[in-house]
Design a protein. Structure first.
Ligand SMILES: Cc1cc2nc3c(=O)[nH]c(=O)nc-3n(C[C@H](O)[C@H](O)[C@H](O)COP(=O)(O)O)c2cc1C
Length: 457
C-alpha cells in the first residue's frame, strides 16, 4: 500500500467488537480464527526471513489468544522448515490449547521451560516471535511475562553494540505496548516485524521497524463496510500482505557490500526477491519500475520504462500495448534486457533473456487487477503512434468514463496485454563508496536436460 495513512487503524474497542462479531453473527470459531492468524504470521515470517538464513525460531507464547496464535504459527513454521522452539510458561487447560500443545509435541517441537531458556538468546536463535499479549492487553505486564518482555527489550540494546542479534517479530501488537498509544515511554520492545491481524491497531502507527504485514484474510465485506475499513488487498493466494515501508533503512549496515558474495543466493530469483524486498523496505518509490531495452531485427536498440507486474512462470512480467514500438521490436527480435536501479541502496539489477507474450487469460487477470480508471487508459491510447491531439484523447477518455459509469465491466482492448521475459542472465551490482563495486552474475545453462544457474562472482 503506497500511503500508510490511507489504511485503517483500530481502537481497542473496535478490535474487540470485530472479534465479537466474527465469533457471533459471522459464525467463526476461535480455533478457526487462531488457525488463520497463526498461518498468516508464519507466512509473513517466511516471506521476509528465509529458513536457509534464519532457521532457529523461539516462539514466546502468552496465556491468551495471542499465545494461541503463536502456537499455531510455530506449527506452520515447523512445517515450513524452521527449527522451532516454544516458551509457553502459563499453560492453560482449555482443550483448544492442550490440542495445540499435543500437535506440537507430536512434531517433537521442544517446549523450553522458563528457567531452561538460554541466558544469551542471541546465540541460540535467529528469530524471536513475541506472541505474548494481543489487542485485549491493558495495564502492566505481570510475571513471568514482564521478565520475558525485558529480555526482548535487552536484545535490541545488544543490537546497538553491533553484536549479531535475532530479529523480533511481534504478533498483532508488540507486547507491553499500549494498544492505542504504543510504546509510551520508549522503553518497550522494538520489533523488526509486526504482523497485524484483521486490521492494524492504533499502536501500529508507531511501529517503525522495516516490516509491517497484515494477516487474517477472513474479514467479511459487511464488517469492512460497517467499520469503514481501508485495508490493502491480499495478493493472489497470499495469507499476508505488506502494509507499510519505513522511511529509511540503512542498508549499508543491513547487507554490507563486501558481503555480497557471501550473501549471494544459489537461485537468482531468490536473490532478486531479497533485493526487491530490501528496496521496498528502504521505501524506494516505485521499486518495480524498470528500464526495458529491446532492439529491432537489425540490432538498433531502444529503451523505455515499464512496470514489473510480478515474477510469474519463471519470468518477469509487464503489460503494454501490443501495437507499440517495443511490441514491434519484440516481434522481430525477442531478446531484451531489463534494468532496475534503486539509488538509495546504490544497487542495480540487470536481467537479460527472451520475451514472449503471456496467455490471454493471464493478460485478462492483469487487466482486471488494475483500478477502473486505469483500465480506461489502454482503450484510449494507441501507443507509439503520432497523437492526433491531447484534446481528442481527453474527449475519448471522458466518453468512455461516462459509458462505464454504471459499474459495468470495461472490456480489455485486444491490443493490451502482458509480456514475460524469461531470464538467461542476471547481474546484481552493488555500488560502494570506496568505488570497489561488486557484481554477482548468474548464467543459465542446460545440464542433462535440466536448467541450472552458474554463478560468476
Ligand atoms: C515509470 C514509468 C513506468 C511505465 N510503465 C509502463 C508500463 O508498464 N507499460 C507500458 O506500456 N508503458 C509504460 N510506461 C511508458 C513507456 O515508458 C513508454 O513511453 C511507452 O510504453 C511507449 O514505449 P515504446 O514506444 O518504446 O513502445 C512507463 C513510463 C514510466 C516513466
Amino acid at each position: 500500500m503506497k500511503d500508510p495513512e490511507s489504511i485503517s487503524y483500530l481502537t481497542q474497542q473496535q478490535a474487540v467488537e470485530i472479534d465479537e462479531l466474527l465469533m457471533g453473527p459471522f459464525g467463526f470459531s476461535v480455533d478457526q480464527l487462531m488457525e488463520l492468524a497463526g498461518l498468516s504470521v508464519a507466512s509473513a515470517i517466511a516471506e521476509v526471513y528465509r529458513s536457509s538464513e534464519y532457521n532457529r525460531v523461539l516462539v514466546i507464547c502468552g496465556p491468551g489468544n495471542n499465545g494461541g496464535d503463536g502456537l499455531v504459527a510455530a506449527r506452520h513454521l515447523h512445517h515450513f522448515g524452521y527449527k522451532t522452539y516454544i516458551c509457553f510458561p502459563k499453560r492453560t487447560a482449555k482443550p483448544l490449547y492442550t490440542g495445540l500443545v499435543t500437535q506440537l509435541e507430536s512434531l517433537s517441537v521442544p517446549f523450553l521451560p522458563l528457567e531452561g531458556l538460554p541466558q544469551e538468546l542471541s546465540n541460540d536463535f535467529d528469530i524471536l516471535v513475541d506472541a505474548i499479549f494481543g489487542f485485549s492487553f491493558h495495564g502492566m505486564p505481570r510475571p513471568p511475562f514482564d521478565d520475558l518482555i525485558n529480555l526482548l527489550v535487552s536484545i535490541k540494546e545488544h543490537d546497538q553494540t553491533h553484536q549479531k542479534s535475532p530479529v523480533i517479530v511481534s504478533v498483532d501488537t508488540p507486547s507491553g505496548w499500549h494498544v492505542e498509544e504504543g510504546d509510551i515511554n520508549g522503553k518497550g520492545i522494538k520489533p523488526d516485524m509486526l504482523v497485524s491481524l484483521t486490521a492494524p491497531k492504533l499502536c501500529a502507527k508507531m511501529f517503525c521497524g522495516p516490516h509491517h504485514f497484515l494477516g487474517g484474510r477472513f474479514v467479511p465485506p459487511s464488517i469492512v463496510d460497517k467499520f469503514k475499513l481501508r485495508l490493502p488487498p491480499y495478493p493472489g493466494t497470499s495469507m499476508c500482505v505488506r502494509v507499510r515501508k519505513p522511511p529509511q533503512v540503512d542498508v549499508q549496515v543491513q547487507i554490507p557490500p563486501e558481503n555480497l558474495e557471501k550473501h549471494g543466493e544459489a537461485d537468482p530469483f531468490v536473490q532478486f526477491q531479497k533485493w526487491f524486498d530490501d528496496a521496498v523496505a528502504a521505501g524506494v518509490k516505485e521499486p518495480n519500475s524498470m528500464a526495458l531495452s529491446t532492439a529491432s531485427k537489425d540490432g538498433k536498440p531502444s529503451s523505455r520504462m515499464v512496470q514489473l507486474k510480478g515474477i510469474h512462470g519463471e519470468g518477469f512480467v509487464w503489460c503494454s500495448n501490443y501495437g507499440s514500438r517495443k511490441a514491434h521490436e519484440i516481434s522481430e527480435n525477442p531478446h531484451a534486457s531489463l534494468l532496475f536501479y534503486w539509488s538509495v541502496l546504490n544497487r542495480q539489477v540487470r536481467v537479460e533473456g527472451f520475451v514472449q507474450k503471456v496467455s490471454d487469460e493471464e493478460s485478462e487477470q492483469y487487466f482486471r487487477s488494475r483500478p477502473r480508471d486505469i483500465q480506461i487508459g489502454p482503450a484510449v491510447s494507441e501507443q507509439s503512434i503520432v497523437i492526433p491531439g491531447r484534446q481528442l484523447l481527453h474527449k475519448k477518455y471522458k466518453e468512455l468514463e461516462e459509458k462505464y459509469s454504471d459499474g459495468s465491466m470495461i472490456p480489455r482492448p485486444k491490443h493490451w496485454g502482458g509480456y514475460r521475459l524469461l531470464p538467461e542472465h542476471f547481474e546484481f551490482w552493488q555500488g560502494d563508496e570506496s568505488r570497489v563495486h561488486l557484481r554477482l552474475r548468474y548464467f543459465a545453462e542446460e545440464i542433462g536436460g535440466k536448467r541450472v544457474w552458474r554463478i560468476v562472482k
